[in-house]
Design a protein around this ligand. Structure first.
Ligand code: PLP
Length: 436
């Protein structure tokens, strides 16, 4: 009887236990599975970390000198660029004033493709007729047909060669440069750049005299003090990195007068402000003067690396005086010829003047902007510090690329065939951001 009771009890209790068991089992299963999943996630993450550690410690990475936007531009046409997710952006930055005739312009693509199928490169030890074709066209479009052309690969190189040529010419050493100037990163170009943080100790020199920009008294005094020693004066017609600041007409004229008086060389850095961007071929043209050497690069190849100096007839070339391996290669010249052909055929300098004036005029109507500066399609929008977010908003909320000059200047440097509709798209976005 007792046994039967015990059995019954056991049966009853085992029944109760059986009720909870599947639930417990399920909970256990999920906990276990969750644990397994978490464990496998941790293992995977660890494995990825370790493999990256191995990959990156074993393979080459980039030298990290650029603060970048996390956007991967994979395709471009005209003034539109697309990221890897196919999002379109309006490009009013022109890849830093480089895109002059619009991305992947069909005539440009055709010219380069045809050239590449013929020959891409041969050294400057042989005839390269397309260099002469480029020189003739540049002389015509820039209005300097009696000047000579020396081809190189970048803006810094162009300035470096101009400064050297000036020094060869008058056998002098001193250079006058100006506050907030940017002339590139090669040794003498960077020494003439008003940014001590990018001048390496090896580039430091007493040969460069920095003067305040647009200060006529300071310039006259410097010539009075050092006149016979001054090899050249280098100046951007419109300072780019310096925040879109124009050299005044009277200042440029004074440079011309003093350079003539003291036999110094006037170098017009047109790397950013040249090539039609200001609404004239060289922005220095607004002063109605001629420089002795014009330097150029950015817009010249529409993205294909090429730079040049346009040299007044008074300079005599001698073999070996200047030189480069890559400068003037067939492919770069084909790109540059195509750019000038499009600039000419589509009246892009005129367009830069028209659309630029429209933009400047409209922007000057915003009370919130501290100052609007520039000419043509080289425009600086100087904002008060509380509006420092605008450039980021343009990119992130409206997908519009613009440039910047520290601390709070938005730089517009779009292609020279930017339309009024694109300008309006920008103005609408700008208004929306300001209205918050
Ligand atoms: N000069 C000016 C006025 C520039 O704006 C720049 C580049 O931003 C340079 C020279 C240097 O050109 P690159 O970067 O092609 O050497």
């Amino acid at each position: 009887m007792l046994l039967r009771l015990q059995k019954k009890k056991t049966k009853t209790s085992s029944l109760t236990f059986l009720d909870i068991k599947p639930i417990m089992k399920m909970i256990g299963f999920f906990i276990f599975n969750g644990f397994l999943a978490r464990l496998s996630y941790i293992c995977n993450a660890y494995r990825t970390y370790v493999s990256h550690l191995i990959i990156y410690s074993l393979s080459m990475d980039l030298f990290n000198v650029y603060p970048i936007n996390p956007i991967n531009i994979v395709r471009a046409q005209g003034s539109t660029v697309w990221d890897a997710e196919e999002n379109p952006y309006l490009d009013l930055y022109g890849g830093h004033a480089v895109i002059s005739i619009g991305h992947t312009h069909p005539h440009y693509v055709q010219r380069i493709t045809e050239q590449l199928n013929q020959i891409g490169f041969y050294s400057n030890s042989v005839e390269i007729p397309i260099q002469r074709e480029l020189a003739r066209l540049l002389g015509k479009v820039s209005g300097k047909e009696d000047y000579h052309l020396f081809l190189c690969n970048s803006g810094a190189e162009a300035n470096e060669n101009a400064l050297k040529l000036a020094s060869f010419y008058n056998s002098r050493k001193k250079v006058i440069a100006f506050s907030k100037a940017f002339h590139g990163r090669t040794s003498l170009a960077v020494a003439c750049t008003d940014n001590p943080s990018i001048i390496a100790p090896v580039n430091e020199t007493d040969n460069v005299i920095f003067l305040p920009f647009n200060d006529e008294d300071a310039l006259s005094n410097a010539f009075k003090n050092y006149g016979e020693e001054i090899s050249s004066v280098i100046i951007e017609g419109i300072q780019g990195v310096g925040g879109i600041r124009e050299a005044s007409v009277s200042f440029l004229r004074l440079i011309r007068t003093l350079c003539d008086q003291y036999a110094s060389v006037f170098i017009a850095d047109s790397v950013q402000c040249g090539y039609g961007r200001s609404g004239l071929f060289y922005s220095h043209d607004y002063a109605g003067i001629e420089a002795d050497i014009y330097t150029m690069a950015k817009g010249m190849g529409n993205g294909f690396p090429i730079g040049a100096i346009s040299i007044a007839p008074k300079f005599v070339a001698t073999y070996g005086m200047l030189g480069t391996t890559f400068g003037g290669n067939h492919l770069a010249c084909a790109a540059a010829v195509a750019v000038l052909e499009v600039i000419q055929q589509d009246s892009l300098i005129q367009n830069a003047a028209t659309v630029g004036s429209y933009l400047i005029e409209e922007l000057r109507k915003f009370d919130q902007i501290s100052e609007v500066r520039g000419r043509g399609l080289m425009i600086g929008i100087d904002l008060p510090s509380e509006l420092a977010h605008v450039r980021k908003d343009l990119l992130e909320k409206h997908r519009i690329f613009t440039g910047e000059a520290k601390p709070t200047v938005i730089r517009l440097l779009p292609a020279l065939n930017t339309t009024k509709e694109m300008a309006d798209q920008f103005l609408t976005a700008f208004t929306e951001i300001l209205e918050g």
